[in-house]
Write a protein that binds this ligand. Structure first.
Ligand code: FEO
Length: 421
């Protein structure tokens, strides 16, 4: 019977689905779970590409043994060292003691630093770099069954040759991809990855992929979103390769026929370009007055033909979904009560998230409330100034209870935002 997990002849999926973790990186909710993807290449030599989260180490080992039986794994290729992919390195080396661990200089330092696995480079800057080879070709063997590779280096497995391309800061400094020319295939690390488990199939051709798009935007905006320039550099590097037929990330589906759409999405996200026309209204509210301003604004937008209005009460919506929508939509209106002469804390957290990721432009307006002295609108205006965003209308500021007297000012905000859509 055909094996779904051998998605290219000789290339096997040996990852695992996680449906029990509550928060990825301790931060991001996982309503659809997450997959940790690892891959096995069967050739004259056997190579494992990345490992998986510590909770699934035994499953990784058994999946590999199911494919190769008693054959040893000759190489472990490490594209990315974040522990959701590297935590099984120690167990893999114990299972196949003669395995050669392959990574760039920064990678091998992290292997020793995180796990105490001796790869012969010594922890600390400079040691591995001094051992590295130069230019394309086989990397440098170190003294402890490891191989340091540089950008463009190659490694033959027999019928296939692997080529390593460094893509630093997508989203860690050691990140690289591994290219297999014979199959037009690349193991891309976190690039093109998404939250969401692989339910049944492994490739986009085997799965209904509709729900992955939003989760890819959430994954990207929260985890990679600060690194737009390095992602653009990585995309340029991938574009220099012959056309890719199969892209294997460390999370989510293996991309084949849908890769052009995924590539376009990544290109737009890393240029911070909105993906859709729409207005996000993100607000905090303690007693409902700022919420009433938000509701009125949404109605006024709808009255002007804006059909895509996305509301987030920041005390209820997890920040990762709000940030996803900031990346996704073209306009953002933020509302906040004044709290301790500052922004309401969940609003402050949102503006910090946006500022940290350097989103360069959005259609922007704001509103706020106060009881005896107002600060929220001033703070939101200062945020817009720091971002270099133009406010399209004067802020609406409500003292104490919401009042219908504010309707005209709110309508003016809606008018200005709608005009920019
Ligand atoms: Fe999936 Fe950056 O680790």
């Amino acid at each position: 019977m055909k094996r779904v997990t051998e998605f290219v002849p000789g290339v096997h999926y040996v990852g695992a689905n996680d449906r029990t973790k509550h928060r990825f990186e301790g931060l991001w909710p996982l309503p659809h779970g997450v997959s940790y993807n690892a891959y096995l290449i069967e050739d004259e030599k056997v190579a494992l590409v990345d490992t998986i989260d510590a909770a699934f180490t035994e499953r990784l080992l058994s999946s590999v043994r199911e494919v190769i039986g008693d054959r040893p794994v000759d190489y472990l290729i490490i594209n990315h060292m974040e522990p959701d992919h590297s935590a099984s390195i120690h167990a893999v080396r114990q299972a196949w003691p003669d395995i050669t661990i392959v990574g760039n200089a920064k990678t091998l330092q992290m292997v020793e630093g995180f796990y105490g696995v001796d790869v012969g480079c010594g922890v600390g800057a400079g040691a591995a770099g001094a051992a590295g080879g130069s230019g394309a070709g086989l990397g440098s063997k170190t003294s402890a069954n490891s191989l340091i590779v540089k950008d463009g280096d190659t490694l033959s497995l027999g019928a296939r040759t692997l080529q390593f391309h460094l893509i630093p800061m997508v989203h860690w400094p050691e990140t690289m991809v591994t290219y297999v020319a014979a199959e037009g295939l690349v193991f891309s690390g976190d690039a093109f990855g998404t939250f969401g488990t692989l339910d049944g199939g492994v490739t986009d051709a085997q799965l209904d992929t509709a729900h992955y798009r939003d989760e890819m935007v959430r994954y990207y905006s929260n985890i990679v979103g600060k690194y737009g320039v390095p992602v653009q550099n990585a995309l340029r590097k991938l574009a220099s390769l012959p056309p890719l037929r199969t892209v294997c990330p460390t999370h989510g589906p293996v991309w084949t026929g849908e890769f052009p759409q995924v590539l376009d999405l990544y290109d737009r996200m890393s240029r911070y370009e909105p993906l859709e026309k729409g207005v996000v209204i993100a607000y905090g509210s303690m007693y409902g007055n700022t919420a009433q301003t938000a509701e009125r604004l949404a109605r006024e937008l709808a009255a002007r033909g804006v059909r895509r209005v996305v509301m987030h009460d920041l005390s209820s919506s997890h920040a990762s979904f709000v940030l996803r929508d900031v990346f996704k939509f073209s306009a953002l209106v933020i509302g906040s009560p004044t709290y301790n002469m500052h922004l309401y804390p969940p609003v402050q957290a949102l503006v910090d998230d946006i500022e940290l990721r350097g989103v360069p432009s959005r259609v922007f307006a704001c509103f706020g409330g106060f009881t005896w002295a107002g600060a929220a609108v001033k703070k939101l205006s200062e945020f817009a100034d720091r971002m270099g965003w133009e406010q399209v209308a004067p802020p609406v500021e409500v003292k104490q209870g919401y009042s219908l007297e504010k309707t005209a000012a709110i309508a003016a905000v809606a008018e200005a935002v709608a005009a920019k859509m």
